[in-house]
Design a protein around this ligand. Structure first.
Ligand SMILES: [Zn+2]
Length: 248
C-alpha cells in the first residue's frame, strides 16, 4: 500500500498538471490515497484553485485529501472565507514561508491565526521547510510548544539536524519525505522517529527540476530505494500506516 502525503496539481510556473493528468500518474505508480494542494494558489487565482480541487475530488473521491494552502494575501482579501465556504472538505492546512519569509514566524499575528485555526479545526499544519530565509524549522518552535494538540508536519524536513532535534523534543512534530535524500529518512528511522514520518514526493514538482527524467521510473525508484534501506516495519509506517493514523 502506498499513500503520498505531499502532492500538487495546477499551475507551477510554465508547468500545468490537470486533475485528470494527476490521477493518471498516481494510478500508474500505485498510489492509493494522497493529500494534495493546488500550486495555482501562487497566482492568487482562488476561483481556479477551488474549481481544480473540486474536479480532483470528483474524479478521485475519498482517495484525495484536500490541503488548504494559506497565503498571506488570503488572510486579508477575503480569500480564506471563500475557501472555507467552498464546500470542500479540507483535511490539512499548509503554509509556505519561502514565499512570505517574514509572515510565518514564531509569534507573528498571521502564524498565531493559522495555528489557532488548525487547533480549532483539528487539522495538521504542513509547513514548507528549508535552508532559505524564514524556512528554518526552529522558527516554528514557539507555536509547536504552545499548541501541543496541533500536528506540525515539517515538509522536506530540512535541515535534517534541526528536524531531528524538534521531532525528538516534541511529539506533535512530524515530517514528510518530499525531496528528502533516502539517507536522511534512514537517520530518522535510526533515531526511532519513523512513526512520525510521512511518505511524500511533491509530485509533479520533480518534473520541473528533472526535465529529461521519466517520472514513473523516478517515482518507483524512490520507493524501491527506501524499501531497500530500512526495515519492513518502518517502510510500512512511512508509506501508509502513519498517514492512516493521522488522517483516519
Ligand atoms: Zn510542495
Amino acid at each position: 500500500m502506498l499513500f503520498d502525503s505531499h502532492i500538487h496539481f495546477g499551475q507551477f510556473y510554465d508547468l500545468y498538471t490537470s486533475p485528470t493528468e494527476l490521477k493518471r500518474f498516481l494510478d500508474s505508480v500505485g498510489v492509493e490515497r494522497f493529500a494534495a494542494s493546488s500550486t495555482t494558489i501562487c497566482e492568487s487565482d482562488y476561483d481556479k484553485v477551488i474549481a481544480e480541487t473540486k474536479e480532483l475530488a470528483d474524479i478521485c473521491g475519498s482517495r484525495f485529501l484536500p490541503v488548504l494552502w494559506i497565503t498571506q494575501p488570503m488572510l486579508k482579501d477575503g480569500g480564506l472565507d471563500k475557501f472555507m465556504d467552498s464546500g470542500i472538505r479540507w483535511r490539512c492546512l499548509k503554509i509556505h514561508p519561502q514565499l512570505h519569509p517574514t509572515t510565518w514566524i514564531n509569534d507573528s499575528h498571521e502564524m498565531k491565526w493559522v495555528v489557532s485555526m488548525a487547533s480549532v479545526l483539528q487539522m495538521p499544519l504542513l509547513i514548507h521547510t528549508g535552508e532559505k530565509e524564514g524556512c528554518n524549522p526552529k522558527l516554528y518552535e514557539k507555536p509547536i510548544s504552545d499548541f501541543p494538540n496541533v500536528v506540525f508536519i515539517l515538509a522536506h524536513g530540512r535541515p535534517i539536524n534541526e528536524t531531528l532535534e524538534l521531532m525528538k523534543k516534541y511529539p506533535n512534530v512530524w515530517c514528510d519525505t518530499a525531496f528528502m535524500p533516502t539517507e536522511n529518512i534512514v537517520k530518522l528511522c535510526d533515531e526511532k522517529l519513523s512513526n512520525h514520518v510521512l511518505w511524500g514526493t511533491d509530485y509533479p514538482i520533480p518534473k520541473y527540476y528533472y526535465l529529461d527524467t521519466d517520472m514513473k521510473i523516478y517515482y518507483l525508484d524512490l520507493v524501491q530505494k527506501l524499501k531497500d534501506s530500512i526495515s519492513q516495519e518502518d517502510f510500512e509506517l512511512i508509506t501508509h500506516k502513519n498517514f492512516k493514523k493521522l488522517f483516519g
